[in-house]
Write a protein that binds this ligand. Structure first.
Ligand SMILES: [Zn+2]
Length: 324
């Protein structure tokens, strides 16, 4: 995680002034919000790459993933399986892509860190995540991953106090009881990592945030170790034409200028569904909202007695007519 020094904070405050998402979050500008709690907000992308394209973002302005503090990170990514379930239900779809772009070269368009959530199904025509290529990993990159990822995860466990039982594996860079992290067999680019796990819908909040932590460490390793210009973390889950097994896996891709990798595709031209999607998704995410704090119950005995008297009178009226 990047430490936010007073100098960095001053730069972020300057960025915030012109940030469209900060304006939507504060209510200064209109946005199609579908979920909101104390730390995060989800809204419809007004230039959707597919029907039901949702953006999930921290309310505080952070430029890229490594700036997001652990508590917000765990909450944001922990909630993803429930958000995905709600969006799948509302859009009547079966799969999902979750797309993170760190850096302009990686396809990041706004300086406010956000996550794209794309509902998917077979035949939806959005088949751009078939990331099997014919590149190869060079020896230096292989050693970088094999040496660094397990150390990063050990440090993570000692910082957070959680441990998912690290497994010694000869064909994985890193493995524990939740994830298996490998160098892609058919990489689209040198350093392309794949993280596999169980069905995304079934993951608990802790497991989902752990999965994305592993993704984030892989992205940091390729960014710093390979000198990449940016990185993508792209989750596939559920059946679609570019994920015929329906299994859950994350691609972590180092990004370089003009490398030709596509992460979102072109926006769809028909946007007439946006308002309908807005209300349908909201009606499913509604149940995810934390219950509002209740007013403390104050009992006024005198008032209760008065009410009791009124009720007794009313009952007697029914029983005995007005002759009391
Ligand atoms: Zn912002």
């Amino acid at each position: 995680m990047v430490e936010i020094t007073p100098e960095i904070q001053a730069q972020l405050d300057e960025q915030k002034k012109n940030c469209i998402f900060c304006k939507i979050i504060s209510g200064e500008q209109e946005g199609k919000k579908v979920y909101e709690d104390e730390e995060i907000v989800a809204l419809l992308d007004i230039n959707p790459a597919c029907k039901g394209h949702v953006l999930v973002l921290p309310k505080e302005h952070y430029p890229i993933m490594p700036y997001v503090p652990p508590q917000t990170f765990a909450h944001m990514f922990g909630l993803m399986p429930k958000l995905v379930k709600a969006v799948n239900k509302a859009t009547i779809t079966t799969g999902v892509n979750i797309v993170v772009a760190n850096g302009g070269v990686a396809g990041q368009k706004a300086p406010h860190f956000l996550v794209h959530l794309l509902p998917r199904e077979c035949g939806d025509g959005h088949d751009i995540y078939d990331y099997s290529g014919n590149s190869s990993h060079d020896e230096k990159t292989k050693q970088l991953m094999i040496n660094n990822i397990p150390i990063m995860m050990q440090n993570h466990f000692s910082r957070t106090g959680v441990n998912y039982g690290v497994v010694q594996s000869s064909d994985a860079v890193y493995q524990d009881s939740i994830v298996t992290c490998k160098l892609a067999e058919n990489p689209v680019v040198n350093g392309h990592m794949i993280i596999e796990t169980d069905a995304f819908h079934e993951l608990s909040e802790e497991q989902a945030s752990h999965l994305f932590y592993v993704g984030s460490y892989c992205a940091t390793a390729i960014f710093e170790g390979m000198g990449a210009h940016g990185s993508n973390i792209i989750l596939q889950s559920g059946k679609s034409n570019d994920n015929d097994t329906g299994k859950t896996r994350i691609h972590v891709l180092p990004r370089f200028q003009d490398d030709g990798i596509e992460i979102l595709g072109n926006p769809i031209s028909d946007k007439s569904h946006i308002d309908e999607m807005h209300s349908m998704i909201k009606s499913e995410t509604f149940i995810l909202n934390p219950s509002p704090e209740r007013e403390p119950l104050i009992i006024n005995l005198d008032e209760m007695k008065k009410e009791d008297d009124e009720i007794t009178k009313a009952i007697n009226k029914i029983k005995y007519g007005n002759n009391i």
